[in-house]
Design a binder for this molecule. Structure first.
Ligand SMILES: Nc1nc2c(ncn2[C@@H]2O[C@H](COP(=O)(O)OP(=O)(O)OP(=O)(O)O)[C@@H](O)[C@H]2O)c(=O)[nH]1
Ligand SMILES: [Mg+2]
Length: 441
């Protein structure tokens, strides 16, 4: 049900100065009136101080509340926000009181789901709400905020307009087929279709960068045993996360850690050294390392300063997006090619970070006025569907072709974009998106 009153703690759980409770749905004001002494719905959007009552009707706190009348609220429904004192007891008592008064605990993402249902946000914006909450790096948050403000929605909207222009032109062709030299010749239609296809391809090309930005780029430290991978991993993270010893084969399992480098999200993975492993356990670790190598957005190939590159190293440099790092530069050997670093003195660490950002987020240097990006697989799949439909329209625009069939494909492209933005009912997509939200959002 998308109208019954729901309630949830919108702020984080645990000890805090203040907590925010959200209540939304038909009858939200009546529910609130049982718990807020002297409750009035009017004036809306103005904070009022009041006593809050627990389930037994006794005052448990004093705080502020705000009312929002439908449809001018986050959810598009009557909505009340209570700001009470935080901590373990008071918010819980108020939630219990609001539930006793008739509200049901909200499901994850249910407030935002209602916002979509009531047309306050489209699907892309709703996804951006989740991304903004989950962001761990500045660039991620910035991209999410843009999407929330409608950047991507507008971009897709203008593509959709182009599709509709095409449909209008095709409609004319369908109505007046015998006018070979009519106002819109077929080759002109083809040119127009070609331009539209290029535009779609352009937006699709942002998907790798967008998904990398949302999920964090995977940077894998690889190399021979004892090369100094774990030491570099720790130095890049700034904490002693991985074990370091002078024994080759110290790292057996791949360790992953999230990190922010100059505002960009990175997942660092320290792997087991690559060698002809003597034991079964080592071999298992190495198999995992190899899987990581194939998935990496960037491999930091660690080779000790002064050591020759082996065939194995060259293969990685050739086959993977990689950066050669010369470890243990403090020991005095001539480093050879690659970036000399020392996890002991910190030499070269800023250079490695800089090189990582440039390699991973090269387009990102202009993210100041960042184009809207496709940030999810869902976007990529949806827009690819639209692209395929446009491409299928082309053969029907030859002189022998049937423009009705072309129109059919262009219309399918419009639908694909509508599904992407959420303009048409897509319940299973909603379930997928909102299932991963926090309660209260
Ligand atoms: N002098 C110096 N020693 C280093 C440096 N980096 C690592 N070491 C030493 O080299 C040895 C191996 O370091 P690790 O970081 O464990 O190497 P690893 O590549 O993770 O090794 P495995 O996990 O066994 O594959 C340890 O004794 C470190 O103290 C460095 O920059 N300078
Ligand atoms: Mg190690």
């Amino acid at each position: 049900m998308l109208t019954d009153p729901i309630v949830a703690l919108a702020s984080g759980p645990g000890r805090s100065a203040l907590a925010v409770i959200r209540l939304s749905g038909e009858g939200a004001f009546q529910v609130a009136a049982t718990v807020i002494r002297g409750f009035t719905a009017e004036p809306t959007r103005a904070a009022r101080l009041a006593e809050f009552l627990g389930p037994d009707g006794l005052a448990v706190d004093q705080g502020l509340y705000l009312t929002f009348a439908a449809p001018r609220s986050y959810t598009g429904q009557d909505l009340v926000e209570l700001t009470c004192h935080g901590g373990l007891l008071v918010p819980g008592q108020l939630l219990a009181a609001l539930q006793a008064a008739g509200a049901r605990p909200a499901l994850p993402g249910e407030f935002t789901r209602r916002a979509v249902f009531n047309g306050k946000l489209d699907l892309l914006q709703a996804e951006a709400v989740g991304d903004l909450v989950d962001a761990t790096a500045t660039a991620q948050a910035r991209s999410a905020l843009r999407q929330l403000e409608g950047g991507l929605s507008r971009r897709l909207g203008s593509l959709r307009d182009r599709f509709l222009d095409l449909l209008a032109m095709l409609g004319y062709e369908v109505d007046f087929p015998e006018e070979d030299d009519g106002p819109i010749a077929r080759d002109q239609l083809l040119v127009q279709l070609g331009r539209t296809i290029t535009e779609v391809e352009h937006l699709l090309a942002t998907a790798p960068a967008g998904e990398r930005l949302r999920e964090g780029a995977l940077v894998v430290l690889a190399g021979r045993p004892n090369a100094g991978k774990s030491s570099l991993f720790n130095a890049l993270l700034g904490t002693d996360r991985a074990l370091v010893t002078e024994l080759p084969g110290t790292t057996r399992d791949t360790i992953e850690a999230h990190s922010e480098i100059a505002g960009w999200p990175v997942r660092l993975a320290d792997t087991a050294g690559l060698w002809d492993a003597p034991t079964r356990l080592d071999q298992l670790g190495i198999a995992v390392s190899r899987r990581y190598l194939t998935a990496a957005d960037l491999v930091l190939l660690c080779v000790e300063s002064g050591e020759e590159l082996l065939d194995e190293d060259r293969a990685i440099l050739r086959d993977c997006p990689s950066l050669l790092v010369r470890t243990k530069a403090d020991l005095g050997s001539e480093p050879g090619t690659g970036v000399p670093v020392s996890s002991v003195t910190g030499q070269g660490i800023p250079e490695v970070r800089q090189a990582m950002v440039e390699r991973l987020f090269a387009e990102g240097n202009s993210y100041g006025d960042m184009e809207p990006l496709l940030t999810r697989e869902r976007h990529r799949v949806g827009l690819t569907r639209a692209l395929e439909q446009l491409r299928e329209a082309a053969p029907h625009l030859t002189p022998e072709g049937d423009p009705v069939l072309a129109a059919h494909h262009v219309l399918a492209a419009v639908r694909a974009v509508d599904e992407l933005v959420g303009a048409v009912g897509v319940e299973d997509v909603l379930d997928q998106i909102f299932g991963r939200f926090c309660v209260g959002k």
